[in-house]
Design a protein. Sequence first.
Length: 531
Amino acid sequence: MDLVIVDGTLIDGSGSKPISADVGITNGTIEAIGDLTSVTAEKTLSADGAVVAPGFIDAHGHSDYTLLVDGRAVSQISQGVTTEVIGNCGHGCEPLSDELERFIGNIYGYDGTVDLSWRTTAQYLERLESSLPAINVVPLTPVGNLRRVAIAGSNNWTEPATPDEQQHMLRMVDAAMDAGSNGISFGLEYRQEAAASFRELVTLSSAVGRLGGLVAIHTRDKDLFATRAVEEAVTIARESMSPVQVSHILPRRTAPSGSLAAIVDALDSARSDGMDIAFDVHTRTHGITNLSDCISPELLGQGPFTVQTAIADAKWSKEVERGSSIIHRFASSGWGSVQVFSSRYTPGAIGVSIAEIAEADRCGPWEVVRRLLDATNGDVHNVMVVCDSYDEADIARTASLPGCLVGSDATTLCPDGPLADKKFLGAYTWAAWIYSKLTSSPNPLNPEQAVAKLAAEPAERFKLNNRGTIAASKMADIVVFEPTQFRTTATMENPNVLATGVRHVIVNGRVALQDGLMTEARAGRVLRKGD
């Protein structure tokens, strides 16, 4: 065999009890499970009694661009993550038009180091494959991009799509699915999609369902109308008859009391009615987004020079205050809950709340926002803010529910190389944090249930039929980890800290992490629909 993992405690992802077994791998697939002491192998890895489990699957990520910058994906591999679903929340890298300025703010992690040379989904997936990612990638096509392409002449995509524009988007959906996209994602809390009519959402979703894909929905509201927003997602699933994944369902603290229970009841009721609907949570107590989300699409569409000129005028702070965006929703929690998370141009503001800066500078909070953006000299998408929005107990309790998957809601990062100075809350921590919480919360899952939650369940949801469990003939995506040591010490102030407890990671039969150290292997694949 090519590789044998010996002396392990096998948790195969099926929910079965742990057993002592070796795992043999040939040509990237699992060939044998059992006592393999007499087998000859090119390479042998010892688990030393640690757990041997299927590689973890990030059900909700945003690494569309950062995998092109540095495909090593150290933040994921170091946590035993072998697959990530990208293109979520209506954000991503495809499709594009020649008016690239329209798309930069919709691509998390964009820094200009990789040219946006592709236009179609097929071209992007080819470019992603050529970057040799260390992890497998499951692509969704972001509707935020579809609207930017199709509604270029309609007030910068802040209006409902016309019938012709909907037809344009449907043609792009067909092309994307033909190229291997696994479905689409909506980011309805963001203005480029908040303007979409309900019929537009159902039309696109229906097309995806007919083509065998999945629809991921970041709902319109996570605050005052959080329950109503999830009910809309349920109605989209019902009317389109398409599989729907409701993204990070937790309402923010500003939602009415009882909102989470009402949301879970609505989803449970839909599932009981036979609807193909599921949901997920991320693993941090803060929401995170670009501060530039408060800038109107009309202004952003005019390019960096015009944006900078407008923001340089102190009157702009009054104009933006009258707007509506996810930043305005963050502010509803109180500006003391909104902190600067990253900013190349004002590093002294990092870790400080907008309220604290306003008090120190003796100005209003929206004037602080204006000054932070003005300091970028047009590079307005560089500033990210976080909002203290969720409770740890709610995250762990929700993650343990049937039908709930878990995702990073982050970009892949690496502690050295071109991404060394980048940050994204949750990137280095999500899998280690949630495994620890799931197995130690007041109503804990056992290790085999937690492994199924992180591997088998997302594999089933996204139809990754050859992954998610350790069984003969399945692809060899495997993590060897010590459960009692699988944890993270990262903080919001110092988020780029590697998790501990992962010994070995195998992706498609090749060793990506050995004895806690990254190898040169880059064996990930783009998993197109049907793979």
